[in-house]
Design a protein around this ligand. Structure first.
Ligand SMILES: [Zn+2]
Length: 247
């Protein structure tokens, strides 16, 4: 028996009454779980097999899946479902993690970020765009792709007044190096400052900083491209919905 906390990233119906889940666990990273009978009306698994459910699980391991032996709820994050912006941001976070983490590779920092993000989101009433950007910057950093924004990624030049953002380089590119990279996006001082602040601020302190909406939208557009490029995806289903609430 393997005990660990975990958060359900997605659920898929399997046959009549079962579900196949992806759960991000604290001890084993992302795992595939078969929840047999989870659709039966009085199943004890209902509360532990829905997206956003955060439970303490006891698993046993089968050939292709983990199976739930026992579970107890840590947090249902029910409040996320009470506001459409929270739901959309929440599903984006789950989908992003589900599509960019290797199977069965423990990364406790990602688990803790996921938990903290859902906790913050459950009480969030404004600043959704700021929240998503702060989440993305931290998440992508934990995956090993922290944007390099202190100097030019190509030459180290610290004069970044006229720099742009290089998607493939993963950071600022100075005007001397523009010719080396044709996939760059516009960046200005306010965006730089916003990105820097949101990279380091705790998720529950977002109201302490002020960034113009215009800069936030432009930063998000850079991060969308940068994240998809880094995780090698063309698209994420929840991204279009996410864009619709920010426009
Ligand atoms: Zn340079």
């Amino acid at each position: 028996m393997l005990r660990t906390e975990g958060i359900v990233l997605n659920e898929m119906r399997f046959k009549e009454t079962s579900k196949i889940l992806n759960i991000y666990t604290k001890r084993f990273g992302r795992i595939n779980v078969m929840a047999r009978g989870a659709y039966r009306p009085r199943s004890k698994l209902i509360a532990h097999t829905q997206s956003f459910s955060y439970s303490e699980y006891e698993f046993y391991r089968g050939r292709s899946f983990y199976y739930i032996n026992e579970a107890s709820v840590v947090e249902s994050f029910y409040d996320i479902r009470e506001k459409i912006e929270r739901v959309i941001c929440g599903f984006y976070i789950l989908e992003l993690i589900n599509n960019s983490t290797p199977e069965e590779e423990q990364n406790e920092r990602i688990f803790l970020l996921l938990e903290k993000s859902l906790r913050t989101l459950a009480g969030l009433n404004m600043d959704f765009l700021k929240f998503i950007i702060a989440f993305e910057l931290k998440y992508i950093s934990f995956l090993g792709y922290r944007p390099h924004i202190e100097s030019c990624v190509y030459c180290g030049n610290k004069d970044i007044l006229n720099a742009r953002f290089s998607i493939s380089g993963g950071g600022l590119i100075c005007s001397n190096c523009f010719h080396m990279d044709n996939r760059t996006k516009n960046m200005d001082r306010d965006m730089w400052k916003g990105m820097y602040e949101l990279l380091y601020i705790p998720l529950d302190k977002l109201s302490h900083i002020c960034i113009s909406r215009d800069s936030l939208i432009k930063i998000q557009s850079i991060l969308e491209d940068y994240i998809l490029y880094s995780i090698d995806r063309k698209e994420l289903n929840s991204l279009n919905l996410l864009k619709s609430i920010f426009n």
